[in-house]
Each structure stands twice: as C-alpha cells, then as structure tokens.
Design a protein around this ligand. Structure first.
Ligand SMILES: Nc1ncnc2c1ncn2[C@@H]1O[C@H](COP(=O)(O)O)[C@@H](OP(=O)(O)O)[C@H]1O
Ligand SMILES: [Mg+2]
Length: 261
C-alpha cells in the first residue's frame, strides 16, 4: 500500500507540475488542434501530453499501482478487482483551456477501497497546487511556499455558490431557485472544490454529469481540509470504482464547517 504522508503529496505535486509544464507548451502555441472524442467532449494535444507525463512518472515510482486515466479507460472487468489505484484527469476543464481563461487543472488521486484518500490539483496558469491526504492535512502551494488550508471563515449571511462555467443544467437552475438568496460564481474545472477548501465559497451543487476522474483528487483535498462531498440523493459520501458506469451521481460539495453554520 502507498504510505500517506507529506512526501507522497510533494511527489504527486511535482508530477502534476511537470504535467502542467507539458500543458503550457501547447497553451503557448498560437494554434492547436482540437478533436472530439466519442462522447463529443473535446481533447487536445495538451490532454494527451499531460497524460503521458503522469502515467510515465507514476508507473516508474509506483510500479505495482495501476493507473486509470480519462485518456486511457480500462475495462470494468479488470478494474473492479483493484483495491488501490491512481485515478487521473490529465486536463480537467478542456473547454476552459480552449477558451484560454486559465480555469483548468491537472488532477491526480489515490483511491483505496473506493475512497479518494489522497489528491493533488494543480492549476498551471494560476500557479496554484492544492494537496490533501487523509490523516495528513490539506495544503496550498504557491511559488514553492506551502501553507496549511485552515478555514476559519466567519458565517456568511449570503452563501457563495460555485457552479460550472461551461456545463449548465435545468436541474441546477431549479435547485438554485429553491436556495434563496445567494451569490453565484461560475468557475471551470475542479477548482470549484478547491475554492471550498480555501473558504472562498460555501457550496458546490453538481446536478449534472461528471466522471469519477473529474472529482477524485479535489474531493481528497476538500475532505482533508474538513469539507464534504456527498451524493445529492442519499447524502452518502461520493465513492469510486463501485460500478461499471464511470459517471458520478449528482453530488453536493460543502466547505469546512458548512454543516455547523
Ligand atoms: N455530459 C457530460 N458527461 C460527462 N461528463 C461531463 C459532461 N458534461 C461535463 N462533464 C464533465 O465536466 C468536466 C468539466 O467540469 P466543469 O463543467 O465543472 O468545468 C469535464 O471534464 P474535462 O474537461 O476533463 O472533459 C467533463 O468530464
Ligand atoms: Mg475532467
């Protein structure tokens, strides 16, 4: 089993930054090719370059631990037997990458017994790394300086809600109508979870589709900071590798302390 400690987070953080460098090489190009995958979502050379960097580094450092990536999906018949594996989204927020608004991330999670126990989320344009592991803590690293994420936000009279910038749903609009007064921020990618972990927002309701690689790393960060990610219908924690379908159920992510407010 992989040992959960700060060294692991640093190691995964370095791999994510190396992947981010590969992404930025494509980002810096005047023009890049965009192709559509079978599910009609876009993919670029940056997604594939980041995938290559991460898979090579993880396979070398953790030869016994399998890797599941958005860019190389492994059949359920194989992965259903995995007790521990890395779950990666090499470039989450591909639409934001294409729009060049900086709201995209590299995501590396460690899943154990269906739970996201460690994760790193790196936003290359913002230069921010979010790290978290069970029993270790949650951290933000900027310019090589690491600080613990400790949220002591005062109670907000008007909650701040974060939602997708590029994927809206009628269900989400309906939910927001029932919520009462709130401030809404639209943000791309797994950065939404990280904003909860930092105390910059309170709620991230996702009443629409995501896949397991979109949420795992950021869930580990948020839970390590004291927040929660639960299934919208059951209130049970969001879990991984329990079914053939890689899509997550609708969920609700909340900032540390939200339930005590
Ligand atoms: N109809 C759909 N089915 C599956 N996943 C979807 C989807 N619409 C959006 N997503 C997921 O939402 C992610 C983007 O999140 P957000 O909308 O919060 O920025 C996408 O990640 P990728 O950019 O890695 O493809 C994609 O996986
Ligand atoms: Mg994604």
């Amino acid at each position: 089993m992989v040992t959960l400690n700060i060294d692991l987070l640093e190691q995964l953080g370095q791999i994510a930054r190396d992947a981010g460098d590969a992404i930025m090489q494509v980002y810096g190009q005047h023009d890049f090719d965009i192709s559509q995958k079978s599910d009609d979502s876009p993919v670029t050379a940056a997604d594939l370059a980041s995938h290559g960097v991460i898979v090579a580094a993880l396979s070398s450092a953790f030869a016994d631990v399998p890797v599941l990536s958005e860019e190389a999906v492994i059949p359920w018949q194989t992965r259903r037997h995995w007790q521990e594996y890395f779950l990666i989204d090499p470039l989450d927020g591909t639409k934001e990458f294409i729009k060049r608004n900086g709201e995209f991330t590299v995501n590396i999670a460690l899943i154990r017994d269906g739970e996201a126990v460690a994760g790193v989320v790196y936003a290359p344009v913002l230069g921010r790394s979010y790290l978290g592991a069970r029993g270790v803590g949650a951290y933000l690293e900027v310019d090589g300086k690491r600080e613990a994420l400790v949220v002591n936000a005062p109670l907000r009279a008007v909650p701040v809600v974060v939602g997708s910038r590029s994927h809206q749903s009628d269900a989400m609009a309906g939910y927001l109508n029932t919520l009462g007064e709130h401030e809404m921020l639209s943000v791309g990618s797994s950065l939404k979870f990280c904003m909860l972990a930092e105390g910059r927002a309170d709620l991230y309701p996702r009443l629409g589709p995501t896949s397991e690689w979109d949420t795992a790393a950021a869930q580990a960060v948020l839970e390590s900071a004291g927040g929660q990610v639960v299934q919208f219908d059951t209130n049970e924690p969001l879990r991984y590798n329990s079914k053939e379908d890689i899509l997550n159920p609708w969920f609700m992510a909340t900032a540390p302390g939200w339930n005590n407010r």
